[in-house]
Design a protein around this ligand. Structure first.
Ligand SMILES: CSC[C@H]1O[C@H](OP(=O)(O)O)[C@H](O)[C@@H]1O
Length: 352
């Protein structure tokens, strides 16, 4: 069965699945330029750390392909940098868009000094670089899935059936295809290791109930939806073997920023003696940031809490606190950090 496609790109044409309309309808919308991408990312029509970087990068490729070659490579470099700096402002916590922007700006800058390349050729090189993100992400995700499944199976004593809890959405709707934490779950399922997946609703945006449940049902992976406040009771009642979540940014010491509610799951997992894993591309580890305290945490609109669609469900005038993410200390990530390069102890990360 084909995995769901959050992103469709073909020869300069970019479409995204409007995730605000899931699970009721699967509607693709066109992204014709960087501004379209910025708005779609900010409004969370597309979300998920890797998917944000891919859509942002591809939107610049779409725009550059339509553009006549600038007069000089310096003009091209200024335009590329301006557009990428803008895309990074859409959502600050996930590191992926920042990394993609830094890599492309460096490439563009290097091309300025390359006498053998003219402005038109430089534009083509940059477009091809931006378009390559999609394929690279797909390859990395598969490796994350395999490494994670192998490690969980081994550390859970190769029990024939495992019960795994996951939070938010880290699947095909957050990446270019296979997923990160949900990719590990897909690999466990393929190896016939999954007894049940427990997915949390993930208030207030409900990535779990609207997106992860959709993916699990679509692929016929046995799963049960629980409310976020049921997590402790579920761990106790169903004797969950492992918790696996994604990451938006991992600090050099292993502290991890992920969807709000992750930290409390890690605390609960510790108190129930349950393995707690983070799964993310190795590039999500930001060695420039020493600890989780330095990770910027995005504040989301209060309306995400006070309304369900257009219906108000909380008193007008109530104060709200709506951070999109929280930080889990490295010592609570007891299973390890699963990447395409292998599984790393959360407090022993080194650049490779
Ligand atoms: C595969 S990374 C997904 C990551 O992104 C989610 O946040 P959001 O839905 O707000 O973009 C969540 O933190 C996931 O772990």
């Amino acid at each position: 069965m084909a995995t769901l496609q959050a992103i469709k790109y073909n020869d300069g044409s970019l479409e995204i699945l409007d995730q605000l309309l899931l699970p009721e309808s699967c509607t693709y919308i066109s992204i014709n330029n960087v501004q379209d991408a910025w708005s779609a990312i900010r409004e969370m029509k597309v979300r998920g750390a890797p998917a944000i970087a891919i859509v942002g990068s591809l939107s610049l490729a779409v725009e550059l392909r339509k553009l006549a070659a600038p007069e000089t490579k310096k003009d091209l470099h200024s335009l590329v940098k301006e557009k990428l700096d803008y895309l990074v402002t859409s959502r600050p916590t996930a590191v992926n868009m920042q990394l993609a922007a830094e890599a492309c700006v460096k490439l563009s800058n290097d091309l300025v000094d390359k006498a053998s390349v003219d402005a038109a050729e430089a534009k083509d090189v940059i477009v091809k670089h931006l378009e390559a993100m999609l394929a690279n992400d797909i390859a990395d995700n598969l490796a994350i899935g395999e490494h994670g499944a192998r490690d969980i199976a081994k550390k859970c004593g190769n029990k024939d059936k495992l019960r795994v809890l996951t939070h938010c959405n880290t699947g095909s709707l957050a990446t270019a295809g296979y997923g990160t934490a949900l990719g590990v779950i897909r690999s466990l399922h393929k190896a016939n290791f999954v007894d049940q997946v427990y997915c949390t609703e993930t208030r207030p945006y409900n990535q779990g109930s609207r997106l992860t449940a959709f993916e699990l049902v679509y692929e016929k992976i046995p799963a049960t939806l629980i409310c976020d406040d049921m997590a402790a009771a579920a761990m106790k009642e169903f004797k969950i073997d492992a918790v696996i979540v994604g990451a938006d940014r991992v600090a050099a010491n292993g502290d991890t920023a992920n969807k709000i509610g992750t930290y409390q799951l890690a605390v609960l997992a510790k108190s129930h003696n349950i393995l707690f894993y983070v799964a993310a591309p190795f590039s999500s580890i930001d060695f420039q940031i020493p600890s989780g305290q330095s990770i910027p945490i995005e504040e989301r609109p209060h309306s995400e809490m006070t309304h369900t669609g257009s219906i108000r469900t909380a008193a007008a005038g109530i104060n709200c606190w709506n951070p999109g993410f929280d930080v889990t200390p490295a010592e609570l990530i007891t299973g390890g950090i699963v990447t395409e390069k292998g599984v790393f102890k959360s407090d022993q990360l080194v650049p490779v």
